[in-house]
Design a protein around this ligand. Structure first.
Ligand code: NI
Length: 172
């Protein structure tokens, strides 16, 4: 496995829509494994292919706690087929917007259909934190970052903080 470079805001690839996966083979599974390793290396709980410069509709998620066994999920061509009326607000962060967090409103539950890493069709009802992670990662496949889903004022403040944190890091 290999650690891939994570693209950061405002990289133009992060704004693009990813293409459907048409072939699930060993090369694709290798990329998924690399994505998973990259995500673990950055202590993230989700990573979408466009974040590592691959415009394909695939995502890895692992929401297990540090003291639990890893529980990786591989979602290929995922589609949300049902959304709850109930919404929730939770704090989100993103490996492409390092060190920042903001409250984002999401559907409390979503049902999704996807292909697993063997190419089998699966359905999943995602609730709680998993529902948020799924919506966040699927947004990446459509070129949407969580900062696109907060108010303009909050986004401006967050981007200012991001810029400052990058300068501070550069000065270290
Ligand atoms: Ni993200």
């Amino acid at each position: 496995m290999a650690i891939l470079e994570v693209l950061e805001y405002p990289h133009p690839i992060l704004k693009q829509k990813a293409e459907k996966v048409t072939q699930i083979d060993d090369a694709l599974r290798k990329t998924l494994d690399d994505m998973l390793e990259t995500m673990y290396d950055d202590a993230g709980c989700g990573l979408a292919a466009p974040q590592v410069g691959i415009l394909k509709r695939m995502v890895v998620i692992d929401i297990a706690h540090e003291d639990e066994e890893p529980a990786p999920m591989f979602l290929i061509n995922p589609e949300i087929i049902w959304r709850s009326e109930e919404r929730v607000c939770g704090e989100e962060g993103c490996l492409s917007v390092p060190d920042m967090r903001a409250e984002v409103e999401r559907f409390a539950k979503v049902r999704l259909r996807y292909l697993d890493r063997d190419g089998h069709e699966q359905e999943l009802l995602a609730e709680d934190f998993l529902a948020i992670a799924v919506q966040h990662e699927l947004d990446h496949l459509d070129g949407i970052l969580y900062i696109d889903r907060i108010s303009r004022l909050k986004r401006q403040m967050l981007l200012k903080k991001l810029e400052k944190s990058r300068k501070d890091k550069g000065a270290e």
